[in-house]
Design a protein around this ligand. Sequence first.
Ligand code: MSP
Length: 513
Amino acid sequence: MKRFYITTAIDYANGKPHLGHASEKTLTDVIARYKRHMGVPVHFLTGLDEHGTKVQQSAQKKGVTPQQFVDEVAPLFKALCEKMEISNDDFIRTTEPRHKQVVQECLQRLYDKGEIYKGEYKGYYSVRQEQFVTEKERLPDGSWPEVYGQITEIIEPNYYFRLSKYQDWLIDFLNNNDFVFPKFRQKQVVEFLKEPINDLCISRPKERLEWGIELPFDSGYVTYVWFDALINYASAVGMFGEKFDECWPCDWHVIGKDILVPAHSVYWPIMLKALDIPLPKGLLVHGWWHLSGQKMSKSAGVTVDPMEIAEQFGPDALRYFLTREMNVGQDADFTFDIFMARYNGDLANSLGNLVSRLLNMTGKSFPEGLPGASVDGELETELQKLWETTHKDVLDMFEGMAFHTALEKIFVFITAINRYAEQRAPWKLAKSKDENDLALYETSLATMAEGLRLAVAALAPVMPGICAKIYNLLGAGEIGLWKDELDWGTRLKGNVLGQKTILFPKPEIKVEE
Ligand code: MSP
């Protein structure tokens, strides 16, 4: 059976993971987990992009081989996935034999079909930086920036992929298909294609770059890193093998806006078309995180370490923040003030207090099991009705990639449960000897518990760890398929609820921005 196949971009293995990486993996994970709750079989891939000049240079600087270098970096990214509770089914590294073989197979097939030819690359070359530079980089007076040292014009034989041949086909495809989400990003691709595109130089001579996959038809060259990297999406699920169509075509490639044009929207579809392989169903393009309004940059010291935040506040809090504050497609801003406002407001005060209030009262009054709701008052009906609309809206929003508004709705509902508790004031009812008050006391606890259970089931794709914990405290087992979890019911009746706990403790150390 075909699985819902979703991927993240594979991150460059030339440093440690940053918030952008954590956010893309979280977004993809939220979708993967949502699909699983909908009963859809999922395959979720993430991984590392390990070849290319940058890795070779970083390794040189450190005095290790590129392989040693990436072998040290890979565990950092795997640890990030683990820490952030990312439910990926596979993690591909482009230095693995399973990937290299497929890249070489693609190259050979394209070469045999005449889609790859040998030509000459003319350009300006910086010997000091060991890279080509373009006209755009010239200073206003016509000279080159100091960092490049001496620039010479060189001609280098190289291999080219016939990209331009497919330009009209791609334009036609984009005019007839929704390929990029959000739609305004597809327009950017169409705009880019209004100018003629050149064939793509897919080789690098080994004298300049050794760290790459050797061309199967010329051992003097390695493959251009983007041509190699894009193929990971297919090599990881057994391209050209028998089981390939269990996953392919991919349902979503989740990527950032910087790598849409030309890599994912021009190179990749054309590479697949030239290989007679079906295209992925869509590219889901997210915006960029900024840090207090500034572009994140390692060299400028504008970074946030997701591992540190997850360590201090818990992965669920970071996942919640990243999902709540990003409107998929738009840029978002990370500031510690907003992070703390979400942590204290939504998580500790709203959700955390509801849990501790409820468990405090059930622990004192009903240690042998949660009572049922016997009173059908106006307040109870109102809350149930609010859940009905919340339930419908949340499903629509998850389906439409509006995760931030889905979270907003769920927290409006959690606030409503807390308001219900204030109105019913069970802590006062608990002191009464009146039988009607006792019935109302039981009803209010049962209603709060059921409301909490529903909210938590809906939050599970975003905060899997905390939600599993709360379900457990409610004696509700595991959070299963949403068709069985999201209707208001009485299944918690008789459950022995857990001890009061603090789910979102006040942070001990203040994080410096
Ligand atoms: N290796 C290439 C991708 C190859 S995919 C076949 C690459 N790597 S990257 O490490 O630079 O970026 C990986 C992903 O992280 C990209 O989708 C990129 O958009 C995303 N992000 C990097 N910085 C980001 C932010 N500040 N905010 C959000 N996402 C960002 O590109």
